[in-house]
Design a binder for this molecule. Structure first.
Ligand SMILES: [Zn+2]
Length: 81
């Protein structure tokens, strides 16, 4: 492996620890809920989920779980306690 690649790998490791460098602008996932599968999307500002709870509350366990997984890379709308 050449020195250039070694340097890139080291930089990648450092970047991976600095999550606030990464700003997710578009995301679509399939979320395996306890009862059924849900489609969750994020457009850089707002979440959307096709579950019934999200439809009435604009937030749900699926979007909150993804906020935790992606902490630092998406705006935090809910309390991460
Ligand atoms: Zn949901």
């Amino acid at each position: 492996m050449d020195n250039g690649m070694i340097g890139k790998i080291e930089k990648a490791k450092r970047y991976a620890e600095e999550r606030t460098r990464i700003h997710i602008t578009n995301l679509a996932v399939t979320f395996d809920g306890e009862n059924s599968e849900h489609r969750v999307t994020f457009d850089g500002h707002k979440w959307h989920c096709d579950c019934g709870y999200f439809h009435t509350h604009s937030v749900c366990s699926h979007t909150m779980a993804l906020e935790r997984v992606l902490a630092g890379m998406v705006p935090q709308y809910t309390e991460l306690s």
